[in-house]
Design a protein around this ligand. Structure first.
Ligand code: LFR
Length: 472
């Protein structure tokens, strides 16, 4: 087999990267060609993404990918969920792109809960009332600016928009559409009831399209005229979940800014139990169900550290803090990770301290103590969710499979194992890019299906199993 090179453009809320996957008889080899920080910016009371500079980083990364791999065949874009642009008929931006942690939707979310309509929406879409849902964001936008109904003609979520800029094709991909509370729980279509409920014009969305198809050659970047843009699962979490080797009765975690905990199943989670647990029935790139619970993740640590004068600068410095934290005694009072005040506080340290005080606890004194507190608290939140998922589905999970940046945090993995009394298998896998590249190979006709791809990747994968304390 000739080597095939495909570039995964993977944009997260705190960093973005372009990674080239080289697929051959030997399997998949990844080369990171570009990495850059990402952040939203507050202007008065609102939070916005700097979308033009984000796209310029994508262009830079693609140009570098082509320079290093002159035979580059394709590229595909995945990003965080829910955020979107409103375009006019000619594809021009009609509204600034807000960031999902913006609190502008909070009054509307409260109204949904107080009126009980969130339950109705759950039955229609299988998604709980999270204040960043695209449907809710559009509801707020339209209430504040009703004239947008006439000005805008189309809504694209972020990966769909970058696909459009790259290829000239507008389409709404299924996994990313599902993050926004926009799809009908059954079948694969937009939820007419939900769009109507929020006053969103039905024509603002089309499809949704399944991943794995060619959108067209890259436009407007010199030298990339032969490179195909391929529709991959636009949602980063979907790419990550789809890359994880499936063995036994696993429950999965994609660990990073969030801890996305759940699985890939043929059936959606629905009804009272799923609603109470707050399961999000997101979709994979082919429209299959991926029910998961969206738990607060390492955002707590990232935000806390970002304000510290002497924050660790390298991986080695972070490892040293993790080692110190592992030697500390387990904190008696843990953070309540369901606290909404932790979603986007001005000052994360103050928000965590306040959360502890409310529960009768004492704030930590140094970064290692915060690290220990955060890892133990996140571990408890995951363990509770795994237990509740088991009770809801009747499944007996015998392993937790974890990928993503957080899977490299040994303390977090160990504490999840301890708190859940289950082994945690951490895969050394750049999961999001691996999933993204798999769909590009599918679109290029290089692989038959994703099972074959996953099986081949699993052969060469490094993993580490964390056993729960007290069990061997
Ligand atoms: C992770 C993620 C989560 C989603 C959150 C907001 O990057 O995509 O899956 O819940 O960001 O979109």
């Amino acid at each position: 087999m000739n080597k095939v090179h495909a570039a995964a453009i993977d944009l997260g809320a705190t960093s973005g990267r372009v990674i080239v996957g080289t697929w051959s008889d030997d399997g998949l080899e990844l080369t990171e060609v570009h990495r850059f920080p990402n952040a939203f910016h507050r202007l008065n009371d609102n939070d916005y993404w700097d979308i033009a500079s984000l796209f310029s980083q994508v262009r830079k990364g693609l140009a570098e990918a082509k320079r290093l791999f002159p035979n580059l065949a394709s590229c595909g874009v995945d990003t965080w969920g829910v955020d979107h642009v409103l375009l006019d008929k000619a594809g021009r931006l009609t509204f600034p792109m807000h960031a999902y942690r913006d609190q502008r939707t909070e009054p509307l979310r409260k109204r949904l809960i107080d009126s009980g309509d969130d339950r109705k929406l759950y039955d229609w879409t299988g998604l709980p009332p999270i204040n960043y849902n695209t449907a809710l964001q559009l509801g707020e936008t339209l209430a504040a600016f009703p004239q947008l109904k006439e000005m805008a003609a189309r809504v694209l979520l972020l990966p769909d928009y970058f696909n459009y800029l790259l290829s000239g094709q507008m389409c709404n991909e299924v996994s990313i559409a599902s993050t926004g509370q926009l799809l009908d729980l059954h079948g694969v279509s937009f939820s007419e009831q939900t769009l109507e409920y929020f006053g969103i014009p039905q024509g603002w969305f089309e499809g949704p399209a399944k991943a794995g198809m060619k959108l067209g050659k890259v436009r407007g970047i010199e030298g990339l005229e032969d490179v195909e843009t391929i529709l991959v699962p636009g949602h980063d979490t979907s790419c990550a979940f789809e890359a994880i080797p499936k063995t036994g009765n696993d429950i999965f975690i994609s660990a990073g800014t969030w801890l996305l905990t759940g699985g890939l199943t043929a059936q959606p989670a629905q009804g009272e139990a799923a609603y109470k647990l707050g399961v999000s029935n997101e979709r994979d790139g082919l429209g299959g169900y991926r029910p998961n619970k969206i738990l607060l993740g390492l955002w707590l640590l990232e935000q806390l550290a970002s304000k510290l004068p002497n924050k660790p600068k390298s991986g080695a410095e972070w490892d040293a803090v993790t080692d110190q934290a592992a030697d500390l005694p387990a904190p008696k009072v843990l953070i309540d990770c369901t606290d909404e005040l932790l979603f986007n506080p001005e000052d994360m340290k103050a928000a965590i301290d306040e959360n502890l005080r409310r529960q009768g606890g004492t704030p930590p004194e140094n970064l290692a103590q915060y690290m220990r507190l955060i890892c133990d608290s996140l571990a408890r939140s995951v363990a509770n969710t795994v237990k509740q998922f088991g009770e809801m589905t009747g499944e007996h999970f015998d392993n937790i499979a974890i990928v993503g940046g957080g899977s490299k945090n040994q303390l977090l993995c160990q504490r999840i194992a301890d708190a859940s009394s289950l082994p945690v298998t951490s895969y050394n896998l750049e999961g999001t890019s691996v999933g993204n590249i798999g769909y590009q190979l599918l679109g290029l006709g290089v692989i038959e299906n994703l099972d074959v791809y996953r099986a081949k990747i699993a052969q060469g994968i490094n993993k580490h199993v964390y056993r729960p304390a007290g069990l061997s």
